[in-house]
Design a binder for this molecule. Structure first.
Ligand code: ZN
Length: 181
């Protein structure tokens, strides 16, 4: 008898480009997926005022954008884009030339955002972009949020994610208050 172990999906990697570094990525989408997070030793999903316990407690919120890319080995993941680079990337992507290109991504200094230095057509185009819902699924997996159930509607799943994020942040804020007593 052949038994198959249940498929547990590994979280996708997040690709960060450090100051002075350049890296090649195959760009797999023409949309940046952005989320707000709070930092409590790791990033936690912010669900926004008035429901977010961390926003309510005045904890700083950070926007980060993520663009689906593949590295030189073809491993798919998310390129991290800081808040200062969000508009630049939206503008570049809206021109419609980045998807399915291989881009040399650079970050000239610590204060600069990641940007495209050079562009060339991909040797093996994928043709179909990664949809924002798929990128969101990767991101929620990375942030430790509940997985989407088979046949679950997107809004229903987002509702469950919000409930889980709220509970997680409630614990973080509670722990922080205990620590400061
Ligand atoms: Zn928040």
């Amino acid at each position: 008898m052949i038994t198959t172990a249940p498929l547990v999906e590994e979280p996708r990697p997040i690709y960060r480009v450090s100051a002075g570094e350049t890296r090649l990525f195959h760009i797999l989408s023409d949309r940046v997926t952005g989320v707000n997070t709070h930092w409590f030793g790791r990033s936690y999903l912010c669900i926004g005022a008035p429901d977010c316990p961390a926003c309510f407690a005045g904890v700083e919120q950070r926007w980060t954008g993520y663009l689906p890319v593949a590295d030189h080995r073809g491993n798919r993941g998310l390129l991290e884009i800081s808040a200062s680079g969000g508009e630049l990337w939206e503008r570049r992507l809206s021109q419609g030339k980045l998807f399915d290109s291989v881009a040399k991504i650079e970050r000239p200094s610590r204060f600069a955002c990641v940007r495209v230095a050079e562009l060339r057509p991909a040797a093996k185009p994928v043709g179909t972009p990664i949809e924002p819902e798929e990128a969101y699924r990767w991101l929620m997996r990375i942030l430790g949020m509940p997985a989407r159930r088979p046949n679950e509607q997107f809004p229903e799943w987002v509702g469950r994610v919000r409930v889980a994020a709220q509970a997680a942040l409630q614990r973080c804020v509670g722990d922080r208050n205990l620590a400061s007593e």
